[in-house]
Design a protein around this ligand. Structure first.
Ligand code: FEO
Length: 411
């Protein structure tokens, strides 16, 4: 069971947050032992309430129950739908059932999604990019921010609060002990820095070029932003606004962390594991300590973390067994995720082992090259040729690698 936090996050702006420790796999895919939050915001004006996003579908009854502890649902004038993914939109039908007079505001594409997902036909008012709604002394400016993380995503700037409500963008996994980032201690800030990168790589990474475009677009609006309020995780205000925007810009641009090195490997009977040990020892001579993710008969790495590390890696070593004359299935899956989610500007070394027929190296080379990974080397070998592989590694790793150990930034 999760818990609920109700907080004042502006003069007349409130957050109703569900702190979810139960979801093991976000989107049914990403492993999140750190948990996640769903942040709904409520603006209180002289002319009624504006609700921004809700909670996931399984929490729809609880959402209304908690909302009603603090507000009268009959006072809700508008529901702003920033994004239709059901982790935010799931409680919409319950809110509408409690107050059918609510007008839903969102991207024009959201209308069809609401009607289909939830079998309701609300009063729906599409908002144009840059459109301003005036209500009870407040000006709400809506910005279309496509692909953060679906095409219909919008943000709202609440002018009088100097607050930008960003939905998935600037979000993080994890359940923070405090509302705002500047209230966290050093250790928790480090954890949330990691949670944000992991969330970005898992959820937003595929659309990273849109991060750059949308940040550029928002900056051209010349908004005075004192707070960034995402719908997942910790909130940002003061100096941390500038810091999180810069972090996001860097992630969107696909900037690597110098020296950051990731090894992902599969090993059926230990031959690949031995070669990975040799690679780790060799990397140590260059002062590089890689993050190692193994899929073997004894362990199965967490690919959500692997993708988070691979996103900013300068160097990536993919070592795999061959299986039925093809790439070992789990490695194929990992490589496809790396292609889908991470930037291509990495140095990649593929090491493929085979028993009776070498195919995995060529298959991965073709797959990675076709998808834009240009800085690529391949070593293919028959099981038992460890010394030969060592010589190859000694020759090729220095050419391939960046310099020194990774220095990841925390903000
Ligand atoms: Fe948090 Fe794309 O939904």
């Amino acid at each position: 069971m999760g818990d609920i936090a109700y907080s004042r996050v502006g003069d007349n702006l409130y957050m109703l947050q569900y702190r979810d420790y139960e979801t093991k796999y976000f989107e049914g895919l990403w492993h999140i032992p750190e948990g996640v939050t769903y942040n709904s915001f409520i603006l209180e004006t002289r002319e009624g309430l504006v609700v921004f996003d809700t909670w996931k579908r399984s929490l729809r009854g609880l959402f209304i129950e908690e909302f009603s502890k603090h507000f009268d649902v009959r006072d809700v004038k508008y529901l702003v739908v920033h994004h239709m993914e059901p982790d935010h939109s799931g409680s919409i039908p319950y809110l509408l059932a409690s107050n059918p007079e609510v007008t839903v505001l969102g991207h024009v594409l959201s209308k069809g999604m609401i009607e289909s997902f939830y079998q309701v036909k609300p009063r729906f008012q599409p908002v144009k990019d840059g459109e301003v709604l005036q209500l009870g002394g407040y000006r709400l400016r809506f910005l279309h921010t496509p692909w953060l993380h679906w095409p219909e995503t919008i943000m709202t700037y609440v002018e009088e609060e100097e607050a930008l409500l960003t939905c998935d963008a600037f979000g993080s996994y994890g359940v923070p002990s405090r509302v705002f980032h500047d209230e966290l201690g050093v250790e928790e800030k480090e954890r949330f820095s990691r949670y944000m990168v992991k969330y970005f790589a898992n959820i937003i990474g595929h659309f990273r070029e849109w991060v750059v475009k949308n940040i550029e677009k928002i900056s051209q609006e010349n908004l005075n932003i004192s707070a960034i309020l995402p719908a997942h995780g910790v909130l940002y205000r003061g100096d941390s606004v500038r810091e999180v925007v810069e972090k996001y810009r860097s992630l969107g641009a696909g900037e690597t962390v110098p020296g950051k090195t990731v090894i992902a490997y599969t090993s059926m009977y230990g031959f690949v594991s031995e070669v990975v040990d040799d690679a780790v020892n060799l990397l140590d001579k260059y002062g590089i300590k890689p993050s190692v993710y193994g899929f073997t008969d004894r362990e199965r790495a967490d690919f959500s973390e692997l993708i988070a590390d691979a996103y900013q890696a300068e160097n990536l070593i993919i070592a795999t067994a061959t299986y039925e004359a093809r790439t070992f299935p789990l490695m194929k899956e990992v490589v496809e995720l790396i292609i889908e989610k991470t930037p291509v500007n990495k140095n990649v070394l593929v090491i493929a082992l085979y028993g009776w027929g070498g195919k995995a190296g060529a298959e991965l080379e073709e797959l990675l090259t076709k998808n834009g990974f240009r800085k690529l080397e391949v070593i293919e070998f028959r099981a038992g040729q460890r010394e030969n592989v060592q010589k190859e590694l000694e020759d090729r790793l220095p050419r391939l690698l960046g310099r020194g150990n990774a220095q990841e930034e925390t903000f």
